[in-house]
Design a protein around this ligand. Structure first.
Ligand code: FE2
Ligand code: FE2
Length: 259
């Protein structure tokens, strides 16, 4: 099953919209389309954030709720989950001050119409490639955070007076592990990662083991000692080891995009 990327195209109907759909159709992209700001905003309310938004800044303003291209970008800039989605802007305006007027930082490219289709596709591939990079960096950042929590647990485990602090840190570790697994799985699922099912099962098993361990420690049936923290460390390294395959897969997808 091919890797799956989702793109939201906000462009009025016409030759440009047809051309973009034609260019994106042979790729492994799932394109959702909206023809004006209001339709786009309604679609955004009920959809998961895509991998990329392509927006014509010169959208026609129509209907009772009038939302233009700039306004839509402002709304997206404030919307949780959507503000960090990379955006490619299409415009007919030569006005170089457009970027300064925009409130969002995630503008990957501004493409002036009429444009070269090859340049357009290069921007699409480049934006998706950076999107993958950011995901990989975030997975690594979360691993570093989990590793530092384990380190702190290890330090606390050797001090009998720090029992409460140990329990609190343990709770934080469990919560972040659960958040981290959900974060990875969401991206895997949305992009048709071929080993998703196995990875998900391993996550579930690790989470069950960690949960049991935490319950035993909190109830007092398992003593707090460095050896106990080693068990948490073992589960964490099991995930990191599984993730190596996942990251290798993402890097290959990124390389294929840039070919
Ligand atoms: Fe992980
Ligand atoms: Fe994982």
């Amino acid at each position: 099953m091919p890797v799956h990327f989702s793109i939201l195209l906000i462009e009025p109907p016409g030759i440009d919209s047809q051309l973009i759909n034609l260019m994106l159709a042979p790729e492994n992209f799932h394109v959702s389309a909206a023809e004006c700001g209001t339709e786009a905003w309604n679609l955004i309310q009920e959809s998961e954030p895509p991998d990329l938004v392509v927006i014509d800044i010169d959208l026609p303003v129509s209907g009772q709720i009038r939302i233009g291209g700039n306004q839509l970008l402002q709304l997206l800039g404030k919307k949780s989950g959507w503000c960090d989605v990379p955006k490619i802007i299409l415009t007919t305006s030569q006005n170089s001050s457009i970027p300064k007027q925009l409130p969002v930082s995630q503008i990957e490219a501004i493409i002036l119409k009429p444009y070269d289709p090859r340049r357009f596709m290069e921007e699409i591939y480049g934006s998706l490639s950076k999107h993958l990079d950011r995901h990989i960096q975030e997975v690594n950042r979360q691993h570093i955070h989990l590793a530092s929590l384990i380190q702190e647990l290890s330090t606390l485990s050797s001090k009998a007076s720090e029992k409460n602090a140990f329990h609190q840190k343990l709770k934080a570790f469990l919560e972040f592990t659960s958040h981290h697994f959900a974060f990875e799985e969401k991206f895997m699922c949305q992009h048709n990662y071929p080993d998703f099912s196995t990875h998900h099962q391993n996550h579930n098993q690790l989470l069950t083991e960690t949960n049991t361990l935490v319950s035993e420690i909190v109830s007092g049936s398992r003593p707090i000692q460095p050896k106990t923290v080693d068990l948490l460390k073992r589960d964490f390294f099991d995930d990191v080891s599984d993730d190596e395959r996942y990251i290798t897969f993402l890097k290959k997808v990124r390389t294929d995009l840039m070919r």
